[in-house]
Design a binder for this molecule. Structure first.
Ligand code: SAM
Length: 466
């Protein structure tokens, strides 16, 4: 558990936090919540809809998310090859509620989404699956190091319709153009994580809540600027602090009231235990761990009036970074993907990418104006006209499965592969192989005679032994 002290004990809840809960919720409700925060958290995952991961025995559906499941116990995810292949994402159940918001408020297919505070990518991967190949998710993260983890998770998810950027929200608003959906999953005081993350208890302070609220207001304003008229905004935090949730939205509504419109109704079942409310045109949803099965979460949804002022035209970018692939290059690259007619093949420096055609112009334009770190499907480099595939291509859902021999490894052997240790040559065909375990693609390996060259990236390898 994160933040355990030396004896492995859970630090107590901050006294000022408990007092505030008692004032806001009353003594009995506050006590029930505090008791829940000292219990064991449930474990939940969200399954990749296209990677065929078999739901484990005893798993129960998360009722508000189509691919969400509670697991009967906490496995060691590090030692599950399917986890490394992006077949599921370990995600707190409350956060999965954005699936419900999306289902009720937008037609997700072809949606252009801005996920403004995106790392490590839990909600980005959900939006990417729902937006499909016609849609685009711009996953922005202000912190460069966290953006790297985000890009890794996006590559493993493999949908190819995500552009990862590292920008200040103000720059995204200025240069991003208008989005159909803007999600502000704001950095917060983390009270909703007090059960899972004991560091959050140690780091919490009343001053911290105030600082978070000021920062959230700034980010929300920038998110709003990036939203097209008629578009939808999601605001969420993982804290119970009203200063960061309802109060913040109330002052936002005071500032932008004429531009706000109600989103369609979001049905919730009473058995889910979600506390639904309103702040002006915002519909709000609170998840309390003593009422709902998950951690603390707050979400809100609103629309921008269709007649609100249009988003300023994005300034012209620098010269295009992507160079179209030549006819010969395209012929080789097209062999590696399913449905190549729906892809545009481009090169950035020496590396080739496949961009879903429906959003390729948008991706090229955005990556000229924003600091992009990953986009589309990274295919790899050409040597003598032949593609040396990038690790990311193995995870991609568009990979043409019949092109190469597949080495299907049992779990222990797959873990050796994921540690970059030597693997038994008998399971590999001569030459390049796609490595899979349980049907989930993990990476590449090349057999040369009796040796297997393990091509799993150093940066992703498993370091833990038990
Ligand atoms: N949406 C993510 C997910 O579902 O996996 C979680 C996002 S986390 C709650 C908030 C993110 O906001 C962090 O990655 C943090 O680095 C980023 N952040 C911190 N300060 C920020 C700022 N001033 N503007 C934008 N993002 C910021």
């Amino acid at each position: 558990m994160k933040g355990a002290n030396r004896t492995g004990e859970r630090p107590p809840l901050p006294a000022a936090f408990v007092e505030r809960l008692e004032r806001e919720l009353g003594a009995a409700e506050a006590e029930a919540l505090c008791r829940a925060l000292d219990a064991d958290p449930p474990v939940s995952v969200r399954r990749h809809p296209a990677k065929g991961w078999p739901v484990p025995d005893g798993a129960e559906p998360v009722p508000w998310c189509r691919d969400g499941y509670y697991l009967p116990e906490r496995p060691q995810f590090t030692f599950d090859p399917a986890f490394h292949g992006g077949a599921y994402y370990v995600q707190e159940a409350g956060s999965q509620f954005v699936d419900r918001l999306l289902a009720c408020c937008c037609d997700p297919k072809g949606l252009r989404v801005l996920d403004l505070c995106a790392a490590p990518g839990g909600k980005t991967t959900l939006y990417a699956s729902l937006a499909g190949p016609e849609g685009l998710v711009v996953a922005n993260e202000i912190d460069r190091q966290r953006a790297r983890a985000l890009a890794d998770n996006v590559r493993k998810w493999g949908t190819g319709n995500v552009l990862v950027t590292v920008n200040d929200p103000a720059d995204v608003a200025l240069r991003g153009g208008g989005f159909d959906l803007v999600a502000v999953d704001a950095p917060c005081s983390g009270e909703g994580m007090f059960r899972k993350d004991w560091n959050a208890r140690l780091e919490w302070s009343e001053g911290g809540v105030r600082i978070c609220a000021r920062r959230q207001a700034e980010i929300l304003r920038e998110g709003w600027r990036a939203l097209r008229p008629g578009g939808t905004l999601f605001y969420s935090t993982c804290t119970f602090a009203r200063a960061e949730d309802e109060e913040l939205l109330a002052s936002f509504a005071g500032e932008y009231g004429v531009e706000l419109a109600e989103a369609p109704a979001v049905d919730t079942d009473p058995s889910w235990g979600v506390a639904c409310g309103r702040v002006g045109a915002f519909r709000t949803f609170r998840f309390y761990p003593h009422r709902s099965r998950g951690e603390g979460f707050f979400a809100a949804v609103v629309r921008k009036c269709p007649d609100a002022a249009d988003v300023p035209r994005a300034p012209k970018g620098r010269r295009s970074l992507f160079v179209p692939a030549t006819r010969n290059e395209t012929a080789e690259l097209a062999r590696w993907v399913r449905d190549p007619g729906r892809m545009r093949f481009v090169r950035l420096n020496e590396t080739f990418y496949a961009l879903p055609e429906a959003q390729a112009d948008a991706v090229c334009g955005l990556s000229e104006r924003l600091a992009a770190v990953a986009s589309g499907v990274e295919l790899g480099q050409l040597f003598g006209g032949r593609l040396k595939p990038a690790p990311a291509l193995a995870f991609a859902t568009v990979l043409e499965p019949s092109l190469l021999p597949v080495a299907e490894l049992p779990v222990e052997e797959a873990l050796r592969y994921l540690r970059r240790q030597e693997v038994e040559a008998g399971r590999f065909a001569e030459g390049l192989n796609l490595v899979r375990s349980g049907g989930v693609a993990l990476g590449w390996a090349k057999r040369v005679g009796r040796r297997v060259n393990n091509l799993y990236p150093h940066s992703l390898r498993i370091l833990k032994n038990d």
